[in-house]
Design a protein around this ligand. Structure first.
Ligand SMILES: Cc1ncc(COP(=O)(O)O)c(C=O)c1O
Length: 407
């Protein structure tokens, strides 16, 4: 018998390959951002670090287009920000409507339920945006709804739900609006103050161009008032906004140890975003998404998300009949160093989730992926006309540059 105990690898140096990250996040990170993480560590109560905190908050306000003071990077990923929004706004017995048109709406509903809130779930077909009449009807039928939760960019389906009318509707019924912008912030137009959003949260690892680990969140005046008037304590110590506020305001009272190096990374990624310009970054995401969609469609690959509501940072491609999801993704990873995502929930095994976010939102990545698929798919019995998808993507880029096609 041969010895089957594997040789431990922990003594080896770890040298990860340079992947092209085209999944639902994390997206690739620019060397400037990675380099920022290697800067000397400061303490979380060092006055030099306070400068970094102030810079980050100020730049986040610009990206969120808000003047909200409580616009801060939470020490967590996007899911922590979902928790923070819910635990701070909701008290046991409060009613919240969650618009669920995908996996992340479902997660938001789960979190709200765990807060002891009466959670009214409105279901919409996966691949469709939230429909206004259903929400209007629910708000009519349920009095005293405290908040409405909606996912702006649903990463499981590739749908972008337009926000302004939903916000107005919620406010007409005196309900707050909680917006998940994990995949949309930095990749689509989002205007916290102009659209009058009450709570909006995101993550660093998508269109903002930093590694995963922080969750920028912003609380507007209405939300702050609700939090200040709570009758019961927030059940979470870690995400209790009032305590966090004391660290992020000039009191600088210790609450927990901030992830210093991640904050450096976020500072650098936000600097890069503002150097590029918010509008330019949004346009870049739209442009490469248009090229990707054109290329996929030229290969005969359908898109899950309804036309007119497609999320630019993330495209959901329907896997052709007879093609095995995992085989293609493994080949992409092993032979081309390209990562794309598999389907989540209802579309598991039926869709690929292709992210073009932040540093990954590049024309060269679109062409790398399309040509890899053109190589792989015929070997699995799915015939693809050579070069057709690349030409279609090229045409879409030209059309976009000419102002012809605005997805
Ligand atoms: C729309 C949306 N909301 C929430 C999350 C959760 O974020 P995280 O995985 O960073 O905790 C994600 C993650 O992909 C997401 O896409």
């Amino acid at each position: 018998m041969t010895n089957t105990i594997p040789t431990p690898t922990y003594l080896d140096e770890f040298s990860p390959p340079q992947r092209i990250l085209l999944g639902p996040g994390p997206s690739s990170v620019h060397p400037r951002v990675l380099q920022a993480m290697t800067l000397p560590l400061l303490g979380h109560l060092d006055p030099q670090f306070f400068r970094v905190m102030d810079d980050v908050c100020e730049m986040l306000r610009q990206v969120y287009r808000t003047e909200n003071f409580m616009t801060v990077p939470l020490s967590s990923t996007g899911t922590g920000a979902m928790e923070a929004a819910c635990v701070n706004l909701l008290e046991p017995g409060d009613a919240i409507i969650i618009c669920r048109n995908g996996f992340f709406g479902d997660r938001l509903a789960d979190i709200a339920q765990r807060c002891g809130a009466q959670t009214i779930i409105l279901d919409f077909e996966w691949g469709q945006p939230v429909a206004l009449p259903a929400l209007a009807d629910a708000l009519e039928r349920h009095a005293n709804v405290k908040a409405v939760g909606v996912v702006h960019g649903e990463t499981s389906t590739g749908i972008l739900t337009p926000l302004p009318e939903i916000v107005n509707l919620a406010h007409r019924h005196n309900a707050l609006i909680v917006v998940d912008a994990v995949t949309s912030l930095g990749g689509h137009d989002l205007r916290m103050d102009e659209w009058d959003l009450d709570v909006c949260y995101s993550g660093t690892q998508k269109c903002l161009g930093a590694p995963p680990g922080l969750a920028p969140i912003s609380f507007g005046p209405r939300a702050m008032q609700v939090i200040n008037r709570r009758a019961t304590p927030v059940q979470s110590f870690y995400f209790n906004l009032k305590d966090l506020e004391s660290y992020w305001n000039q009191t600088r009272a210790y609450h927990h140890t901030t992830p210093i190096s991640m904050t450096y990374a976020l500072r650098e990624s936000l600097r890069m975003l503002l150097e590029e310009g918010i509008e330019n970054r949004i346009r870049r995401h739209a442009r490469v998404a248009a090229a990707l969609r054109a290329g996929l469609e030229a290969m005969g690959i359908g898109l899950l998300a309804a036309a007119g509501y497609r999320l630019n940072p993330l495209t959901t491609a329907l896997i052709p009949e007879g093609i095995e999801d995992a085989v293609v993704r493994q080949r992409l990873l092993a032979d081309y160093n390209i990562e794309i995502g598999g389907g989540l929930g209802q579309v598991r095994g039926r869709a690929w989730r292709i992210g073009l976010m932040g540093e990954s939102a590049k024309e060269t990545n679109v062409f790398a992926l399309l040509s890899a698929l053109e190589q792989i798919l015929p070997t699995l019995g799915y015939e693809v006309a050579s070069g057709a998808s690349l030409s279609a993507a090229q045409r879409a880029l030209v059309d976009y540059a000419d102002g012809g096609v605005l997805p």
